[in-house]
Design a protein around this ligand. Sequence first.
Ligand SMILES: C[S@@+](CC[C@H](N)C(=O)[O-])C[C@H]1O[C@@H](n2cnc3c(N)ncnc32)[C@H](O)[C@@H]1O
Length: 342
Amino acid sequence: MTTVDPAPPPPMRLRELVFGAACAAAVRAAARLGVADALEETPMSVDDLAAAVKAQPRTLRRLLRALSCQGVFMEHPDGTFAHTEMSRLLREDDPNSLRYIALWCTEPWTWNVWPKLDEAVRSGRNVFEDVYDREFFEYLNTEAPESAYVFNRAMTTSSEQSARDVANLLDLRNVSSVADIGGGQGQVVASLLEKHPKMHGTLLDLPGVVENADPRLRSGGSLADRVRIVAGDCREDIPVQADVYIIKNILEWDDESTRRALANVRKAARPGARVVVIENLVDDTPSMKFTTSMDLLLLLNVGGAKHTQKSMVERLTDAGLVIGEIRPVNAYLHAFECTIPS
Ligand SMILES: C[S@@+](CC[C@H](N)C(=O)[O-])C[C@H]1O[C@@H](n2cnc3c(N)ncnc32)[C@H](O)[C@@H]1O
């Protein structure tokens, strides 16, 4: 039977750390095989599971053994496997599913850029463009449709989970229009419009992303008559007038892109308009290992970073925004309430 060692001694811990790729690959393999979806609420034998996911029992057992050591699935003394809290999160139908986040963090391109982390640390810039010869989002939307799909599903999952928190946080009384810049497939806009039935909204994101916008926002959808969908690049132009602009999990790319996007918001917005920037802060998170790892991945793919409160404030101030309250949205996200000066 496989058990989890909660606190191994340092030499063992370091050996385990350098095999982090094996852990990530095992989680990815289980997600792609659909093992968590196939495993029912009662423990199952490896043979039954292997038949359900069309794999070899002997190799599936080895995969499950490795994952059980990490607390993803658990093995019973009779050799059957059962769900744990973590393995349930790999199910597609779990209300808090992390299936697409797990796939996103382990997409094929990630395995090509991690070995160049030392180069990125030395140069201070992304390595993605050296490896793939084009910008990350351009690659994603033109060359890697499967990865783009996984990315958009991952963003949608995390947006669905945070959109309600954003809608609860923002005081939108007397606000008639809201715009989400880089709003992905539009979960935040949709939540806000559902909560405020008189409000209008705009979703701006790259063309390949908005063409798969949330069905509520698309033609025939329940919110379609109150929404405008703009396909564009916010570093080039933000042709949108709104009372409130939301910029959530966007300003974590390179500084020049942040500077251009914020300058375009300033150009588009009238004096007094609100700009709400929402980010995970690397210096204020209950999930330091995840956030610092994501920070490194952002360095590799877009030359970006997860911000500290100070580095975010500096960029917003440089853009000429007047910063008001900085508040937690939930355990992971912070909102910076800003206004466009007169
Ligand atoms: C990390 S996701 C965040 C999505 C959404 N705001 C959320 O919080 O779920 C980054 C988003 O920025 C979009 N994006 C990237 N480059 C962009 C650009 N130049 N102009 C507009 N959107 C862009 C991506 O397509 C993606 O939807």
